[in-house]
Design a protein around this ligand. Structure first.
Ligand code: ADP
Ligand code: MG
Length: 608
């Protein structure tokens, strides 16, 4: 008798028994077309659902090698398969009984294409099928119950009929839409390629002509359907690329240096910046922003009053606080708008410019996976950070201090050196570029290299006019920023100050939403970390914090070294190192967001 028939009988046999008896079915089953692996069984119908995997071998899945022949393509194919599985499961699985009974779910994907642990390509060792790929897919199943007893018949139908149907529909190349799949893979590869070209062309971002930037609603990240004005580059900023798949593409190149985005309220400034912010990730075709690409080390900076700060040297921006508070090692439980924004900048530079780990450890050979997935094909590691700031979320007193205010409030009485007096030094001393949305102050005309105006959702290059206006109405501000940007200090986290334990459990981390994490007994608020695009990223960041503490925090290494080591391990060996069991819900993140989560831990203590 086959494994499948055995499993069916077993489930029928369990009918009506106590829910706990489901534990018996844990294990691996040969379904001939694929292997079904049951890794974990839920304790009751209302608990988090059971963890399943299927492995479809290369000779059955039959993905042609060109769909996973590069790192970008492999990530894109896995993303595509995850979405296909989700679609098929959504149409086939149905509620069968109480709690989560009957649900078959795979990790939720938004508009971003990220490396995830939901799917992996399996390459073949056999030479006759070596040009084909198989797939491992991880998902969850709500094992069906009536009240608290097993619904054996329903379970048998789910596991022995529904799952094979979903797998057949979504994970076998012969049954898939080949053109759509290829388009998905090629789009992602082109976007990765474009992002790689930026530095060479002296650009920090590229926005393709025809892009649809606005979103459907504030809560719906899909493209606006009606009356969206497609993006068009101003002629003077137009650049062209010859992409590997789609060929010529034109659009606006934002040069490195200091770029100002101006324009009236409601004319599309923030929408443009938001697209640029998320241009560090790839998007699915038809997102509208799939060819908006940004320097991979671009970091959104905003004010975030109320956050905690641990020993950050904010002295490049803030000095002489009342009551003689130290700003070279500034700590607070409750930062102000300006001090939080200063800390956000310095923290981004700390991990973005920190000494990079040179020696890459040997890769572990794994015959099973095609290659150790290089999860970020455009590594943010080698890029110099770019700061992205929107006036909507910035502290005004951090951004500007005009002539009249300088006259009224003496420099000695104002702790803040405004960003306008530091932004040039950031570029001159550190090569850190800034893109700034600023509709409310023309003072920045003096320091901007490029000025883009948004007018009725159209972009114009107004650099020349802005420079002339700056000449005509000289404002005689006193530059208050000194000669150099100042030191970027490196902090050493004290291991004991990161404690993931709670009660009797050594590790208890939980992700509540896309912006909140429970780490041990602490809550971390990540609502202001706007480049966390996906709940899966937050899950893997939580796990990476535990990993960082266990593997690398020794009271000597700096935060930047630690994040480097963690990212290198993940790059070499995959996100599975972050979890003791096969986890299907992780999505790849950047060092900046990992550091951001650590930096917002209220218990954090550092040595500097
Ligand atoms: P600003 O920052 O200049 O005040 P926003 O970027 O917030 O303006 O945009 C204002 C509104 O216009 C938003 O509702 C946004 O979705 C919409 N919008 C932005 N760009 C476009 C566009 N290209 N086409 C249509 N609507 C747009
Ligand atoms: Mg705005």
């Amino acid at each position: 008798m086959t494994d499948k028939e055995n499993l069916r009988r077993h489930l029928l046999h369990l009918d009506n028994r106590n829910y706990k008896a489901y534990k018996d079915i844990q294990g691996s089953y040969d379904f001939s077309e694929f292997t079904l692996i049951i890794d974990y069984i839920q304790g009751d119908p209302f608990a988090s659902p059971s963890k399943f995997r299927v492995k479809v071998p290369p000779n059955i899945a039959r993905f042609p090698r060109e769909l996973f022949s590069s790192c970008s393509r492999e990530i894109a194919l896995c993303d595509y398969l995850t979405r296909q599985f989700d679609k098929a499961a959504g149409s086939i699985s149905s509620k069968r009984g109480s709690g989560k009974s009957g649900l078959i779910c795979v990790t939720r994907c938004g508009q971003e294409v990220l490396a995830r642990t939901s799917a992996f390509i399996i390459s073949s060792a056999r030479s006759d099928i070596e040009d084909l790929g198989g797939v491992e897919l991880r998902f969850t199943v709500g094992l069906p119950a009536g009240g608290r007893s097993i619904l054996g018949r329903q379970a048998a139908a789910m596991l022995c009929e529904d799952i094979p149907e979903i797998v057949g529909k979504s994970l076998q190349y012969a049954n898939m839409n080949a053109a759509e799949c290829r388009h998905h893979v090629e789009t992602v590869e082109d976007a990765d390629w474009l992002r790689q070209q930026l530095a060479e062309r002296g650009l920090v971002a590229f926005v393709a002509d025809g892009s649809i930037l606005p979103r459907r609603t504030g809560a719906d990240d899909r493209p606006l359907l009606k009356n969206a004005v497609p993006f068009q580059s101003p002629p003077s900023l137009k650049v062209e690329f010859d992409c590997p798949n789609r060929g010529l593409i034109a659009g606006m190149g934002i040069p490195s240096g200091i770029t100002l985005i101006v324009g009236g309220g409601y004319h599309g400034k923030s929408t443009l910046l938001r697209a640029i912010e998320l241009g560090v990730y790839n998007r699915i075709p038809e997102d509208g922003r799939e060819f908006v690409v940004t320097n991979p080390a671009a970091v959104k900076i905003r004010a975030e009053d109320g956050r905690s700060v641990a020993g950050v040297d904010i002295s490049p921006f803030i000095n002489n606080l009342p009551q003689g508070r130290d700003t070279a090692q500034f700590s607070t439980e409750n930062a102000s708008g300006s001090t939080s924004q200063a800390a956000n900048i310095i923290e981004a530079l700390e991990v973005g410019l920190g000494k990079k780990e040179e020696g890459r450890r040997k890769k572990e050979a794994s015959e099973y996976f095609v290659k150790n997935q290089q999860l970020f094909s455009n590594s943010e590691k080698d890029s110099v950070p770019v700061l992205l700031i929107d006036e909507d979320t910035a502290a005004t007193n951090f951004m500007i201090r005009d002539r009249r205010m300088q006259e009224l409030i003496a420099k000695e009485k104002e702790p803040i050196t405004p960003f306008i007096d530091k932004v040039k030094q950031l570029y001159d001393d550190l090569r850190v570029s800034t893109i700034l949305v600023m509709g409310g102050s023309g003072d920045y005309f003096d320091v901007a290299y490029t000025v883009i105006a948004m007018d009725n959702f159209q972009a114009y290059d107004v650099t020349e006019q802005a420079k002339e206006i700056a000449k005509k109405y000289a404002i005689d501000r006193n530059a208050e920023g000194g000669k150099h940007f100042g030191n970027i200090s490196q902090r050493v986290p004290i291991p004991d100050s990161l404690d993931p334990s709670r009660g009797r459990r050594d590790v208890r981390v939980k992700v509540r939403d896309v912006d909140e994490m429970a780490f041990g007994t602490e809550e971390i608020d990540l609502a202001a970390v706007e480049q966390i695009a996906d709940r899966g990223q937050l899950r893997s960041i939580a796990a990476a914090m535990v990993y960082a503490k266990q593997q690398y925090m020794d009271g000597k290494r700096t935060l930047s070294e630690i994040t480097d080591l963690v990212m290198a391990d993940i790059n070499d060996r995959g996100m599975d190192i972050l979890s003791p069991f096969p986890e299907g819900d992780f999505a790849m993140f950047r060092r900046f967001e990992l550091a951001a989560a650590i930096n917002r831990l209220r218990s954090l203590i550092v040595d500097s």
